[in-house]
Design a protein around this ligand. Structure first.
Ligand code: 2P0
Length: 351
């Protein structure tokens, strides 16, 4: 008897231009395009195994060993349904293919980092889920096509289908068919950029991204300005910076966009605070580090960015990492020691 099973894994991505706001909450269509860097190390990944079997009674999913309900019409159910739809197309074209789309699937997924700590676990999770189902069903789909499905699991997940530098183009079609991820450049184009992740807290976050961003859409006037007048220009400029490997521009845009994302969170009613005092102190440290460099005729050496949580991600060229790590350890002596250079609190190559 044949066993139909496949395993896939996907890494976390960290946005430089932030996704925050939906114009369609069911299809997960964003109010602005976004751009991220996918991390390439083994320590921030989701790994998912999917199995189809005629003896299974219903689709089931386990996350880190705990069974999760697959709610009808919910995000998980939508992703599974959409991948099965693509499988049916394969079966219709090739009648000899086993009818896997008619079998229920069992899916087991695990993250090797804290869930919901502002470290984008839903991004790697849904990307790995869609990838493992696509492998199980041997779908002839490109990463961009799969990103259309992963997007419906969690918006930011569409960007984790690619390594390297990735854009999620917001699209304009009401059915979402052009709201997908594209590769801006592979990691190999600019391998010198590293991401240093400083885990300020691994507690679960207070306001989920999903509910927080809709509150922002409903109440923030600053968000409207951002969508219309800021993000389109920034998307162009940061893509250009990546293509010509201009770290100075990449860093300035990344820091500005992190600041504006947290400003729209603050402009939400009631306001949302994701950063804490330690987060802000790390910003001050990076600002000062860059100021001294520029004052001495140098360039920007590091860029901070924060997602929907207090943890800092610092992008920097590899040559500056040692210096940055020693600064952080000096000013935050209570921080976890750097157990290994690729731990949660350590240097990540991107890609
Ligand atoms: C991002 N974030 O671009 C931004 C920056 C958080 C801050 O994408 O509702 O978990 O599942 O589509 O993808 C978090 O939003 O939200 C996020 P849903 P998601 O990475």
């Amino acid at each position: 008897m044949s066993v139909y099973q496949a395993t896939a894994s996907a890494p976390v991505n960290i946005a430089c231009i932030k996704y925050w706001g939906k114009r369609d909450t069911k299809l997960i269509l964003p109010t602005n395009s976004s751009l991220s860097v996918t991390l390439d190390q083994d320590h921030l990944r989701s790994t998912t195994t999917s199995r189809a079997d005629p003896s299974f009674e219903k689709d089931r999913l386990w996350l880190n060993g705990q069974e999760e309900e697959i709610k009808e019409g919910g995000r998980l159910a939508t992703c599974i349904k959409e991948v099965k739809r693509l499988r049916r197309e394969v079966e219709e074209k090739n009648p000899n293919e086993p009818k896997l789309s008619t079998y229920a699937v069992h899916i087991a997924s695990k993250n090797n980092f804290p869930t919901a700590a502002g470290l984008a676990s839903s991004a790697s999770g849904f990307a790995a889920l869609v990838s493992s189902l696509a492998a199980l069903y041997a779908l002839p789909a490109s990463p961009s096509q799969l990103s259309l499905i992963a997007r419906q699991g969690s918006g930011s997940a569409c960007r984790s289908l690619f390594g390297g530098y990735v854009a999620w183009e917001m699209g304009s079609s009401p059915d979402g068919s052009d709201s997908l991820a594209i590769e801006v450049a592979p990691q190999s184009h600019w391998p010198d950029i590293h991401a240093l992740i400083c885990v300020v807290s691994d507690d679960k976050k207070g306001t989920s991204s999903t509910s927080g961003m809709q509150r922002t859409v409903e109440t923030s006037t600053l968000l409207q300005h951002r969508i219309k007048h800021v993000v389109p220009e920034r998307m162009k400029a940061i893509k250009e910076a990546i293509l010509v490997r201009d770290f100075d521009s990449f860093a300035r845009i990344t820091m500005q966009d992190s600041n504006q994302f947290h400003a729209v969170a603050l402009d939400t009613d009631p306001p949302i605070f994701y950063m804490n005092d330690v987060s802000r102190s790390i910003i001050a440290l990076i600002v000062e580090y860059n100021r001294v460099s520029i004052e001495n005729g140098g360039k920007i050496k590091a860029a901070y960015t924060y997602d929907a949580g207090p943890n800092a991600v610092i992008y920097a060229p590899k040559e500056n990492l040692k210096e940055i790590i020693s600064l952080i350890v000096k000013y935050f002596p209570q921080a976890e020691p750097f157990k290994d250079p690729f731990g949660l609190f350590g240097a990540q190559g991107v890609g």
